[in-house]
Design a protein around this ligand. Structure first.
Ligand code: CTP
Length: 474
């Protein structure tokens, strides 16, 4: 079948002409071809392989483009990149690679298209479409990637033991593609990953991260995490999660398996948000449960303080995985730390004061926190499921109600320290803090509304109680 219709972007004609002028064979290969056939929109990067020098082709293509865009050359890798109309065009010469088992840096020789396709990760990523004018649009698919695409299969072109050993990151990529595309990993491939999962240790955390992030961003992240667990990779990358596995029984009492529960929570959460950090919070919300688990004859299984412990573990985990230690991490920490707060609320008669405190403490994250807590409802009892959801609906309605009145989400003290100092002729002193705290507490408790006039009156009263004298002339 001819795939000319994949090459309608004008850039392909330019590359074709340039390659013909140099007398080089060249092909578009990899993700572009795969995603075109899958009808997944893809405009960001296009990989071009030349039989010969990819760098020379890139330079010639740039010359043939309007305004001659810059060619970025990566000499060590023999690759070159052109950014053109928002698309990254990557050029590489076809290669034959052999890898050193202790590193992921291959030694490289020039090769044929077939050599190049052989060294790629999966059959679905090894398909190439010819760009030279004589064969424009011809698909070269020596490993029947088309069939694997149709049958939703992740399979390596060579013996999987070789493909994964050549670059152990591919073990994660296999799972990432299976998750993103909802494909299955072929049995032999799965077994090869299992057999060499420990080799993931030679891969940099940054590269691991890219794949993990794509798994978390997928529609059903649990698919990836189950595969990671079954292959032994998760134990090496995020042992905090595998530590949640298992159900202990003592004196006839058992707790739920917090690993499988967590995966359900992540999937539930992912149905309601694309926010990848909220999904991370769902993934990590129970990690403190493994180290805090206790059994007592009186109350059974407990996980006291797991939220605080979990939020501390988030920092260590982010640091170890070289994830950002910035506001994203703080956001995840805060959600993990607060992950049980709304649950307590939903079980009691909800008071306005309790809701105001929740909104005050969660601040701008309160809606995300509610999304996380709703996702946390994984009971299989339909009566309880409905009841808990209804309770949370009431909490959400109450949040809107108290927020309209008291605006504590982004709380600004209604009386400033300066006003307090002026009113009582004070220098900076502890009384100012005491008065401010008293006003804040009174608002949260519902003694006064969040209103400057009422707060001012309360300030006078508290100041007088503290033995201060008004000196502002009234
Ligand atoms: N590739 C490989 N082994 C790797 C990484 C990449 O064989 N460890 C090959 C595959 O043929 C892949 C191509 O290089 O299709 C481009 O890699 P990359 O841009 O990382 O992935 P894409 O397939 O383009 O997919 P995505 O954009 O979803 O990451």
């Amino acid at each position: 079948m001819n795939y000319k219709h994949a090459l309608i972007a004008p850039i392909f004609q330019r590359i074709s002409k340039s390659a013909d002028e140099l007398g080089l064979d060249c092909y578009v290969i990899g993700g572009f071809v795969r995603d075109f056939i899958l009808e997944r929109g893809r405009e960001k990067d296009i990989d071009i392989v030349a039989i010969g020098s990819g760098i020379a082709l890139a330079k010639h293509v740039a010359k043939n483009l309007p305004n001659t865009p810059k060619v970025q050359v990566f000499k060590t890798y023999g690759t070159a990149m052109i950014k053109y109309e928002g698309v990254e065009l990557e050029f590489v010469g076809a290669r034959k690679e052999s890898y050193n088992p202790d590193s992921r840096n291959p030694s490289v020789e020039d090769g044929t298209l077939e050599d190049d396709q052989n060294r790629r990760d999966f059959t679905i990523n090894a398909m190439a479409i010819s760009l030279n004018s004589a064969t424009y649009g011809t698909l070269l698919d020596p490993f029947n990637g088309l069939k694997d695409l149709a049958e939703k299969r992740i399979k390596t072109p060579l013996d999987p033991a070789i493909t994964y050993s050549d670059d152990p990151l591919r073990m994660l990529r296999a799972i990432r593609f299976a998750t993103q595309l909802n494909f299955d990993i072929e049995e032999a491939s799965f077994e090869a990953i299992k057999a060499q999962s420990d080799r993931i240790d030679i891969i940099t955390k940054e590269r691991i991260n890219v794949e993990l992030q794509k798994i978390v961003e997928s529609q059903t992240p649990s698919k990836g995490f189950l595969l990671l667990e079954k292959t032994g990779l998760l134990q090496r990358i995020i042992p905090e999660l595998t530590d949640l596995k298992g159900v202990d029984v003592q004196e006839g009492q058992k707790h739920k398996d917090n690993f499988y529960h967590t995966l359900e929570v992540v999937d539930n959460c992912s149905k309601h948000t694309d926010n990848v950090w909220l999904r991370w919070a769902a993934l990590l919300h129970d990690i403190g449960k493994a180290p805090t688990k206790r059994f007592s004859k009186k109350v059974g299984w407990t996980f006291h303080g797991h939220e605080l412990k979990g939020s501390q573990m988030v920092y260590h985990l982010f640091k170890r995985l070289k994830m950002p230690l910035n506001d994203k991490m703080k956001y995840v920490q805060k959600l993990v730390f607060m992950s049980s707060r709304p649950i307590v609320l939903a079980q009691e008669n909800i008071t306005d004061a309790a809701v105001r405190r929740l909104v005050f403490d969660a601040g701008e994250y309160v809606d995300d926190l509610m999304t996380l807590c709703e996702a946390d409802i994984t009971t299989k009892n339909p009566y309880k499921f409905k009841k808990y959801h209804n309770n949370f609906k009431r909490v959400r309605a109450k949040i809107v109600e108290v927020e309209e009145r008291d605006k504590v989400r982004d709380f600004q003290p209604p009386v400033s320290g300066e006003t307090i100092m002026k009113t009582f002729d004070l220098k900076p002193s502890k009384e100012i803090g005491i008065i401010k705290e008293f006003i804040k507490e009174s608002i949260l408790e519902g003694v006064i509304p969040n209103d400057p006039q009422k707060a001012f009156e309360l300030m006078i009263q508290k100041g007088t109680d503290l033995g201060l004298t008004r000196t502002d002339g009234t």
